[in-house]
Design a protein around this ligand. Structure first.
Ligand code: KG4
Ligand code: ZN
Length: 335
């Protein structure tokens, strides 16, 4: 099946054409990073307006890159939630319009399931069941994933998401946006052992990242100034290590507890080079197979949405034109 995927849940407008849930023929992503950068975070109202401007050109580009036209497309997969409601509505309305005009089947996709499905685009994809860590700007969840639309949440954050902690820390340190990307590259120049940060909730599979963020804030307050350029690399390396440590330990623990040897790591923060390195290293030591999509398929994209769409449409699922967007949509409650 040739599926057109559409994603607009946050600040990336994306469209992709994927064949048989495996071959990515195109993957177009229009980022709004520059627009939101000056505010240090995504401004929902601006995000929806920018989606409105970008959505049609992005879809046309995805068809052109795939060397197909709308007449070749056999189904449409669109992110229905969770996400910013105004942003989601732009993608969803566009998907509905195309489905109606072309008489195509359309299906709404859970963004988190999309992130997990990105791992199925790997040359050697994981088989079911597996444990999946979805770690992004909005979520930090561990799932036991048995099949599409069949999972159990084993752990989640009680406060900030890991990506949110990176973004807030970078804002506090005044080092740029988006925080995760800036901290990832700056941390490479530092030593994570110099500045110590706390690891919270050691005995649980749930996460809490507010403590590590407060600890950074207290350091700045105590010294009454921001860190110098010379101090920053060690500070961000220590901060990153504290977050990476708990993500790796809890996910591998969840897999061990479930007697599962396959672990998928996905979502924007899975683009982090230290997190990838630690997962491969620690996973190997514990005899686990670790599957992490390439960075471009970790951050928001529409190819991952098309992969889920292929599965759902093949299984006969169809959504009507009455489908609405949802800002909250727990993955385990969707079937
Ligand atoms: O999945 P995503 O693109 O959007 C959401 O669904 O939230 O994730 C965005 C998050 C942001 O918080 C961003 O700072 C983080 O992913 N991120 C990273 C890296 N690249 C993106 N965090 C750490 N290291 C990175 N290299
Ligand atoms: Zn995402």
């Amino acid at each position: 099946m040739l599926i057109l995927g559409i994603e607009s849940s946050c600040d990336e407008t994306a469209a992709a054409v994927v064949q048989d849930g495996k071959r990515v023929l195109s993957n177009v992503i229009a980022s709004q990073v520059k627009v939101h950068g000056k505010y240090g975070g995504v401004v929902p109202e601006i995000a929806s307006r920018k989606h409105t401007e970008a959505i049609i050109p992005v879809i046309l580009q995805s068809l052109e890159d795939a060397a197909v036209d709308l007449g070749d497309i056999e189904g449409i997969a669109v992110t229905r939630g969770p996400g910013l409601i105004g942003s989601l509505l732009v993608g969803l309305s566009t998907a509905k319009a195309i489905a109606f005009a072309r008489g195509l089947p359309m299906v709404g996709v859970n963004h988190l399931e999309g992130h997990i499905a990105a791992a199925l685009l790997l040359a050697a994809p994981p088989s079911f069941p597996f444990v999946a860590l979805v770690v992004s700007g909005g979520h930090t969840n561990i799932y036991l994933f048995r099949d599409f639309q069949d999972c159990t949440c084993l752990g989640q954050t009680r406060d900030d998401a890991a990506g949110e902690a990176f973004d807030k820390a970078a804002k506090l340190l005044e080092i740029g946006y988006p925080g995760g990307v800036v901290i990832d590259s700056m941390a490479k120049l530092g030593d994570p052992r110099v500045v110590a940060f706390p690891r919270a909730m050691r005995d649980s599979l749930d996460f809490s990242f507010s403590g590590v963020k407060t600890s950074l804030l207290n350091m700045v307050k105590k010294q009454g100034r921001l860190f110098t350029e010379a101090e920053l690399p060690n500070v961000v390396a220590g901060f990153q290590e504290a977050i990476v440590d708990v993500l790796v330990q809890k996910t591998l623990k969840a897999a061990e507890n479930s007697a599962i040897k396959r672990v998928v790591v996905c979502g924007g923060v899975a683009a982090n080079s230290r997190l990838r390195e630690r997962f491969y290293q620690d996973g190997k030591e514990k005899g686990m197979e670790v599957f992490i999509p390439p960075p471009v398929l970790c951050t928001d994209n529409a190819a991952m949405i098309a992969v889920v769409g292929e599965q759902l449409l093949t299984r006969g699922k169809r959504d009507s034109l009455a489908l609405n967007a949802v800002s909250r949509w727990p993955l385990e409650l969707q079937s």
